[in-house]
Design a protein around this ligand. Structure first.
Ligand code: GLP
Length: 241
């Protein structure tokens, strides 16, 4: 793991955007794995600014998102499709047909997860996967478990994740109980992984991820086994190092 320390959230967003921008410049038709949550918002703003300045061209880029809530439609303002459209895609010149988010409205989870895994394969795999970190160590929606999930699958969200994400919904009761997510195996096949972590509330879990045992109880700890991981974290997130 390569660890890049940022002074604060803005610095983290710039540094994470630098890595993604470098990928897009070096390989204009790359496949970007993208993430949702609060952490990548600043990174996406930075990428939009660089696009507007004429420094980045997304016209040949393809994207695959990590996950989606099961049951939410694309026009639901809490769906990850909606998040990606509003926080990134509509502001840059990526072609909508080149963007992929699991379809939360497909009731047949096996069918949707198989379809999504095949999309990633047909694109030739992910060049750079951006990840945030859940408070319980989850990546995508891979919750702490007895084993590492190999492929895209349907998960039952843990109470801690529902609690962490309820801030975006009218009430905790409105947070979907299930999601479709890339598996740990899917994520680990990406050529390069960028993990962005911000805030003191993530300090203990980040320490566990980087220095603790590799265990499916801390899903992101598996990243220790990947050959090309960049962790960008701010001082607050690194305060327990
Ligand atoms: C959600 C997403 C994750 C994300 C996590 C952390 O649960 N499924 O992909 O990493 O939240 O989000 P935040 O960056 O808001 O802390």
């Amino acid at each position: 793991m390569r660890i890049i320390q940022a002074s604060d959230y803005n610095d983290l967003s710039r540094k994470a955007a630098n890595v993604i921008a470098a990928q897009v410049i070096i390989k204009p038709d790359c496949v970007l794995g993208l993430a949702t949550g609060s952490t990548p918002l600043g990174t996406y703003k930075e990428l939009i600014e660089r696009y507007e300045r004429g420094d980045l061209d997304f016209s040949c880029v393809k994207s695959v998102n990590l996950d989606e809530y099961r049951g939410l439609t694309k026009d639901n303002d809490q769906s990850y499709y909606y998040f990606m459209h509003n926080n990134l895609f509509k502001h840059i010149n990526i072609h909508p047909e080149n963007t992929n988010v699991p379809d939360g409205t497909e009731p047949d989870s096996h069918k949707e997860c198989t379809r999504y895994e095949q999309i990633i394969q047909s694109l030739g795999g992910i060049d750079l996967q951006l990840l945030g970190l859940g408070h319980n160590g989850h990546i995508g929606f891979n919750e702490p478990d007895e084993s590492f999930a190999p492929v895209t699958h349907c998960v039952n969200l843990t109470e801690s994740t529902i609690d962490a994400n309820k801030r975006f919904f009218a009430s905790a009761g409105d947070v979907p109980r299930q999601a479709y997510t890339m598996g740990i195996g899917t994520i680990m096949k990406a050529s390069r992984i960028l993990l962005a972590v911000s805030g003191e509330d993530k300090a203990q879990i980040l320490k566990d991820v980087v220095f603790g045992p590799v265990t499916p109880q801390v899903p992101a700890s598996v990243l220790q086994l990947h050959k090309d991981v960049i962790v960008v974290a701010d001082e607050a997130a690194m305060s327990k190092f």
